[in-house]
Design a protein around this ligand. Structure first.
Ligand SMILES: Cc1cc2nc3c(=O)[nH]c(=O)nc-3n(C[C@H](O)[C@H](O)[C@H](O)COP(=O)(O)OP(=O)(O)OC[C@H]3O[C@@H](n4cnc5c(N)ncnc54)[C@H](O)[C@@H]3O)c2cc1C
Length: 495
């Protein structure tokens, strides 16, 4: 690995996936990099906590698009397996539509085709056609689009993109696209689920994002043994090998600008001189670290953006095994449109919530005491909504009633650890705008060059990274975002 040999100092604000990716790219090119993190632990939304023998992943749990992780590690002559073990989940995930009404999504394509044929006449044939297009979009996106800084439309003008423009389906909605192929309501729910990761409903998401179905079905659902912190630990180790310094409990309070350039960041404890800065903390917060005249966007701009949802989470330890749960369990008994209305149109606590239950102790024996289960329950929620203990508890009971009824097992009496996490925790822990959990949604008007700019337009050596800028929400996009921001800054620093 290349040692730090440059006099150029770079400060990265925040140590989530985007900050970690940016730090490594910069250090590899010889910059002297310091990552400042407000929390006592590295990893951002992918932190963990330990309690009573359980190890809980606090955020991401779905490992999709393994190629994006490999591509990242390969920049440094490494592989993901140098740092963590990946296990392919089979079933990849299951959907509970009601009691005794469950759909298991097999890991392998033959199984998925069989499932589609069972659900609807010629289902497999339709899926083949649908995925052929989705694969084309995925390849074009990964090879030609998502690593672009997206500063202008002209970046997208190249022959491959122009030739394939009609196939990219940018102007159709995902919802109408899917209905050209499938009619069975269970299959529609299954196909529409992956785009929820983009932070909006299928009506708002461009059909381009059927590429997510290619990722979900063809590339498999994986689990990094030990949980997502094994990825961030690996990234920290690699970054440290290249000389990156990490400072935790170091909240940045101000970015100081002089002569159109950022020249230092001020924390509670110290002032760090910087030739360049990557702000990988939530974009809106990073902008607030600047005097108003240096910000890219006003508060009314942010107010008009569609944020990805926030959520209510319960981290639960159970002192017995729960037979009917799998690793990833989606509870889709209720109407997604009504729950979505409560998130996006008329923000409120949902009347009949959909929820997701992760039970990683089904795969990983080391994250719960022997004979126990480690469970994470997540209910998507409108950002900015008021949350307090009493309402969290009310929803705990609503969810548990439904969950126990549908799986036909009761375990409330066996819970030996429980912690809730909601909107106000996202604000407190991550300086998250309105307590969003996943950043800014990837709707048509918030895709590519229409997302908040990765570059500060007034301060030359300040770039943003993370799930509110390009390319979008989720761990793989955060990894990419850090790389784009770092490469832009390197050009600016001329190293
Ligand atoms: C509950 C949940 C489940 C998710 N599930 C999935 C999933 O299954 N798969 C998937 O791909 N994605 C998932 N995501 C999304 C994914 O985790 C995020 O999109 C991604 O981790 C964001 O990375 P980031 O670097 O942009 O931001 P963050 O991880 O938030 O990192 C930003 C960092 O900046 C720090 N910071 C903030 N202010 C300051 C300051 N003033 N000074 C210093 N540091 C500061 C924060 O503490 C934080 O560590 C999930 C997210 C959540 C919350």
């Amino acid at each position: 690995m290349k040692a730090n040999n440059s006099s150029k100092k770079v400060t990265v604000i925040g140590s989530g996936f985007s900050g970690l990716a940016a730090a490594s790219v910069l250090a590899k090119s010889g910059a002297s990099v310091t990552v400042l993190e407000k929390n006592s632990q590295i990893g951002g939304r992918a932190r963990i906590f330990n309690a009573q023998g359980y190890t809980f992943d606090m955020g991401p749990s779905w490992y999709w698009m393994p190629d994006i992780f490999e591509k990242f590690f390969s920049l440094f002559g490494k592989k993901a397996e140098d740092y963590y073990d990946l296990k392919l989940l089979d079933p990849g995930f299951v959907i509970f539509f009601g009691k005794d009404n469950i759909m298991k999504i097999p890991a392998r394509m033959e199984g998925i085709f069989e499932l589609f044929d069972q659900e609807e006449p010629n289902g497999a044939e339709h899926l083949r056609k649908f995925l052929k297009e989705a694969q084309l979009k995925y390849n074009l996106a990964v090879d030609e689009l998502i690593y672009l800084p997206s500063q202008s439309l002209f970046e997208y003008v190249n022959l491959t993109i122009l030739r394939n423009l009609p196939s990219l389906d940018v102007y159709n909605s995902f919802r109408s696209h899917v209905r050209k192929y499938f009619t069975n309501p269970r299959l529609l729910k299954l196909i529409e689920f992956p785009v929820l990761f983009l932070g909006a409903t299928s009506k708002e998401i461009p059909a381009l994002y059927s590429l997510m179905n290619y990722a979900a079905f063809n590339m498999g659902t994986w689990y990094p043994m030990g949980g997502f912190s094994s990825i961030t630990n690996g990234m920290v180790q690699m970054a440290q090998e290249m000389g990156v310094h990490f400072k935790t409990d170091e909240a940045v309070k101000k970015i100081v600008v002089a002569d159109g350039k950022a020249n230092s960041v001020v924390t509670n404890n110290s002032t760090y001189h910087a030739d360049g800065i990557i702000g990988s903390s939530d974009y809106v917060h990073t902008e607030k670290l600047l005097n108003e005249e240096y910000r890219n966007y006003s508060s009314s701009y942010w107010d008009k953006r569609i944020l990805a949802p926030s959520c209510l989470i319960f981290y639960i330890g159970v002192k017995k095994k729960i037979v009917s749960l799998y690793h990833h369990n989606l509870f889709f008994m209720e109407d997604l449109d009504i729950h979505s209305d409560a998130i996006y149109k008329n923000p409120r606590w949902p009347e009949a919530p959909l929820f997701y239950v992760c039970c990683p102790s089904k795969t990983d024996p080391n994250i719960a005491p022997v004979g126990h289960e480690n469970i994470f329950i997540l209910m998507p929620l409108a950002p900015g909504i008021h949350d307090e203990e009493a309402i969290r508890e009310k929803y705990f009971n609503i969810i548990m009633d439904k969950l126990e009824e549908v799986i036909g097992e009761s375990f409330r009496e066996d819970i030996d650890y429980k912690r809730s996490y909601c909107v106000s925790d996202y604000i407190k822990d991550y300086n998250s705008y309105k307590g969003n959990a996943y950043g800014l949604a990837n709707t048509l008007r918030q895709t590519a060059f229409m997302r908040p700019s990765i570059r500060n337009k007034k301060v030359k050596n300040l770039f943003y990274a993370g799930h509110l800028t390009v390319p979008g929400p989720g761990v793989p996009p955060a990894l990419i975002s850090g790389q784009i921001a770092a490469n832009q800054l390197l050009k600016n620093l001329d190293i």
